[in-house]
Design a protein around this ligand. Structure first.
Ligand SMILES: *[C@@H]1O[C@H](CO)[C@@H](O)[C@H](O)[C@H]1NC(C)=O
Ligand SMILES: *[C@@H]1O[C@H](CO)[C@@H](O)[C@H](O)[C@H]1NC(C)=O
Ligand SMILES: *[C@@H]1O[C@H](CO)[C@@H](O)[C@H](O)[C@H]1NC(C)=O
Ligand SMILES: *[C@@H]1O[C@H](CO)[C@@H](O)[C@H](O)[C@H]1NC(C)=O
Ligand SMILES: *[C@@H]1O[C@H](CO)[C@@H](O)[C@H](O)[C@H]1NC(C)=O
Ligand SMILES: *[C@@H]1O[C@H](CO)[C@@H](O)[C@H](O)[C@H]1NC(C)=O
Ligand SMILES: *[C@@H]1O[C@H](CO)[C@@H](O)[C@H](O)[C@H]1NC(C)=O
Ligand SMILES: *[C@@H]1O[C@H](CO)[C@@H](O)[C@H](O)[C@H]1NC(C)=O
Ligand SMILES: *[C@@H]1O[C@H](CO)[C@@H](O)[C@H](O)[C@H]1NC(C)=O
Ligand SMILES: *[C@@H]1O[C@H](CO)[C@@H](O)[C@H](O)[C@H]1NC(C)=O
Ligand SMILES: *[C@@H]1O[C@H](CO)[C@@H](O)[C@H](O)[C@H]1NC(C)=O
Length: 709
């Protein structure tokens, strides 16, 4: 290591601190000889002056040469740059009343430099890329005015409780060190002033609880550390934090309440981690969050109530994750969302209405997923996206576009459908949008009469130059751009795509019985054809399906495909909407959805019992039944609905209760009471007799006899 330059010195190398007269003289010389300012004597020899900057960087002088700086610095020097000089320490006192900023980046400093008296006025100190191994409070005691400290790229390994004295630091950069440990309370002495802390590229694996008691901090960066788990309440005490960046840590678990207390946080960046789920637990309390970036993780699931706290979110990036399905509740509550990126996942299932809450969404990116049926089926997948201007569906498996596909997209201007191998597009598919840009690239088009409209439409809307669309079928048009196909050549002399002729029918079955659903399609193509069944939009695997093919001559030569779905011993869980999808090389066709209802006859859980009581007492009759759907219970007296007790308001029937009361029983209440349980599958009844004995039985005998005879 080079010998340390010493602070106190008598003789400067070049006398540039003389009185006003000699300074004038030097000035005059400078003017006459057109010497650069550096040689005019105003500047310490090793440096150049661009006041307020005194630039002494890249001089690489031996240590003694720097003593030149101990003479008074040029007046109004505010900033001193000593970067790139291989200095290993600095204890030369400077003379300046104006110095505020010092840079000593790219040296070999092993400790915090000291500049004599002016140290106490320095507000900015930059020591990037040195060899400082630790920070301690003693060194900073000379810097009471310091606001901005950059110690990035040193070799600091821990931040201790004693690292900082009480000081007014606002910006602290400790990135790219070797920090493994943050001692409890290590930032406490900076709590009244810190605004920005950067700890990127360190080796922190654990954030101790309550380490950040920094009520003014607005920006915190912890990128590229080794934090795997974040415990609840870790960031409590950061009431003003607006932005937290934690990319590339390998975080796999955010415990419930991980960000609790960050009541003002607007931006949370978590890209390149290992998160598997987005849920309410870790988003707890983030009421001001506007930007959430979770790209490049392993997210498989968005839990149903995930966004309960984050209703101000305007931008959400979940690209490059493992999402396979967007369930109906995936985006509930995000009514202010403007940008949603779901690109590069594996989404196949998009639930009906999943986007209906996103009325402010402007950009939706779904590129490079595995979407096909969600859009091909005549469901209105994007309904509700009334503000959407840009939709990216590039790189999916969409083969056909129905006229309902973009219904509801009344603001859509940009649509990207590239790389989907689209075969057919129904007329009017884009008619409800305001398309200005259509990116469409397919060489798979089925150029039959159904596509005739497209040519004219592309020309009318001036899209003929932005699209690259060519036919694959019929064979004699294969490879031709549709822009070159003659209108009369778009003919339908066959029907290659499957056409569904018989849809499955809505069915009611009793529990325990067998049910079947049938679907028939025809196609003039002999390309391999398959049928799958879906229940509530989910593919049914492991079900019993019988498929038949037969040659059919009526209505043109065609093959007729029949698929029968057998549901054995049905139970309530089999209820739902069933649909068949018939697919061949030329595309898919989707049947209507048939509803299966599974019923079960009512059966009694409790039946009323015969009862004999005295007048004035209370009669209690019980009755309860089960079945599917839940049976309704009703009562009759002697086969009718005339209840003397009801007229006198002595009767109580609770709709949800299985008990029936008659208070203060009278003789006229006597009779056969029937409890009837009824649902769609059927009904049954149970009888009980109510016998009432008078106070003076003898008196009532004739009446009794009268009733029974
Ligand atoms: C600077 O050097 C002087 C004299 O060599 C010494 O007394 C003083 O403690 C040093 N100051 C620092 C902050 O290292
Ligand atoms: C610090 O700055 C003030 C004015 O901003 C000045 O009066 C004072 O002399 C300076 N102190 C030192 C040690 O340079
Ligand atoms: C804060 O600074 C004081 C001196 O200014 C010091 O004694 C103390 O150890 C520092 N740390 C904490 C946590 O107070
Ligand atoms: C360290 O952070 C401060 C404060 O945000 C910033 O001004 C500075 O440029 C950063 N240093 C480096 C090397 O990026
Ligand atoms: C992410 O988690 C998986 C499984 O838990 C693990 O195999 C993988 O190494 C992790 N990746 C990172 C970058 O931590
Ligand atoms: C068009 O699609 C083909 C394959 O379908 C792809 O290789 C090509 O890059 C796409 N062109 C553009 C401009 O996207
Ligand atoms: C159109 O697409 C075909 C194949 O997909 C490609 O060979 C051709 O270069 C494309 N033309 C333009 C103008 O992009
Ligand atoms: C499905 O087949 C029917 C005829 O059964 C046809 O009208 C309809 O356009 C087809 N759907 C698609 C998306 O091709
Ligand atoms: C349901 O089908 C199975 C298998 O074919 C058969 O054994 C069973 O008897 C059928 N059940 C009814 C209620 O028809
Ligand atoms: C039918 O469903 C009910 C409730 O959903 C369940 O308790 C019962 O075990 C099921 N029966 C069979 C045969 O799966
Ligand atoms: C129950 O009583 C009614 C008349 O009160 C009668 O029609 C019906 O057959 C009786 N049912 C049974 C199961 O006894």
């Amino acid at each position: 290591m080079a010998p340390a330059p010493q602070g106190v010195r008598e003789e400067p190398l070049l006398d540039c601190r003389s009185g006003p007269l000699s300074r004038l003289l030097f000035l005059a010389q400078a003017v006459f000889l057109l010497l650069p300012a550096a040689r005019a004597g105003l500047c310490p020899a090793p440096c150049s002056c661009r006041i307020p900057l005194l630039d002494c960087s890249r001089r690489k002088l031996p240590a003694p040469s720097w003593r030149a700086l101990s003479s008074p610095l040029p007046p109004d020097t505010a900033s001193l740059d000593l970067s790139h000089n291989r200095l290993s320490n600095w204890n030369i006192s400077l003379e300046s009343q104006t110095l505020q900023e010092v840079k000593m980046n790219y040296n070999e400093l092993t400790e915090i430099p000291y500049f004599g008296e002016p140290t106490s006025n320095i507000t900015q100190l930059s020591l990037i890329h040195n060899l400082i191994p630790e920070i301690n409070a003693e060194a900073f005691q000379f810097y009471p005015a310091l606001e901005n400290l950059d110690l990035s790229s040193n070799i600091i390994s821990e931040i201790k409780t004693s690292s900082f004295p009480r000081m007014q630091l606002k910006y602290l950069n400790l990135s790219n060190n070797r920090i493994t440990i943050l001692e409890a309370g290590c930032f406490d002495n900076l709590s009244s002033s810190l605004l920005v802390v950067k700890l990127n590229r360190n080796r922190i694996s654990m954030i101790p609880p309550k380490i950040f008691k920094l009520p003014h901090l607005q920006f915190l960066e912890l990128k590229r550390n080794k934090i795997k788990v974040i415990e609840g309440l870790t960031f409590q005490g950061l009431d003003s934090l607006r932005s937290l960046k934690m990319q590339r840590n390998g975080i796999s678990k955010l415990k419930d309440g991980a960000f609790f207390g960050l009541d003002n946080m607007e931006e949370l960046e978590l890209e390149h981690n290992n998160l598997t789920e987005v849920n309410k637990g870790w988003l707890y309390g983030l009421r001001m969050l506007q930007q959430l970036y979770v790209s490049q993780n392993a997210v498989e699931r968005i839990s149903p109530d995930a966004w309960e706290f984050c209703q101000r979110l305007s931008e959400l990036d979940l690209s490059y994750n493992q999402l396979t399905r967007l369930d109906e509740s995936a985006f509930v509550g995000l009514s202010l969302l403007e940008k949603l990126n779901l690109g590069d996942n594996r989404v196949t299932h998009i639930a009906d209405g999943v986007f209906r809450f996103l009325s402010n969404l402007q950009t939706l990116n779904l590129r490079n997923n595995e979407i096909s049926w969600a859009i091909e089926d005549a469901s209105e997948a994007f309904a509700g996206l009334t503000s959407l201007t840009k939709l990216i569906l590039q790189g999916n498996q969409i083969k056909s576009i129905t006229k309902k596909a973009f219904i509801g997209l009344e603001s859509l201007e940009h649509l990207d459908l590239n790389n989907n191998a689209i075969m057919s597009i129904q007329e009017n598919a884009f008619s409800q949008t305001r398309l200005k840009e259509l990116i469409l690239n397919t060489s798979s088009l089925l150029c039959d009469c159904h596509l005739k409209w497209l040519l004219q439409w592309l020309v009318d809307n001036n899209f003929q130059h932005s699209v690259n669309v060519s036919c694959a079928h019929p064979e004699w048009l294969a490879g031709q751009s549709i822009l070159n196909v003659d209108l009369k050549d778009f003919v339908c002399d066959d029907f290659l795509k499957p056409q569904i002729r018989m849809h499955p029918e809505t069915t009611v079955a009793l529990r325990g019985t067998n049910a079947t659903l049938t679907c028939t399609a025809v196609s003039s193509s002999d390309s391999p054809t398959s049928t799958v069944w879906r229940k509530d939009s989910e593919i049914l695997y492991d079900v019993d399906v019988e498929n038949f093919v037969r040659y059919q001559q009526q209505a043109g030569e065609a093959l007729e495909y029949t698929s029968v779905l057998h549901l054995f011993n049905v139970n309530f869980t089999d209820e739902g909407k069933y649909q068949c999808i018939v697919t061949n090389h030329f595309g898919s066709n989707y049947s209507l959805k048939a509803k299966l209802t599974v019923n079960e006859m009512p059966s009694f859980l409790k039946t009323p019992m015969d009862l004999t009581i005295r007048t004035g007492a209370m009669a209690r009759l019980e009755c309860a039944a089960e079945g599917h759907p839940a049976p309704q219970i009703s009562w009759q007296k002697d086969g009718g609905t005339d209840f003397p007790a009801a007229r006198e308001r002595r009767m109580h029937v609770m709709p949800e209760d299985d008990v029936f009361f008659i208070a203060n029983v009278k003789i006229e209440d006597m009779g056969i009471y029937s409890c009837m349980a009824q649902n769609r599958a059927g009904g049954l009844s149970a009888n009980a007799s109510l016998t009432v004995l008078g106070m003076c039985a003898a008196l009532w005998v004739p009446a009794l006899l009268g009733t029974f005879l």
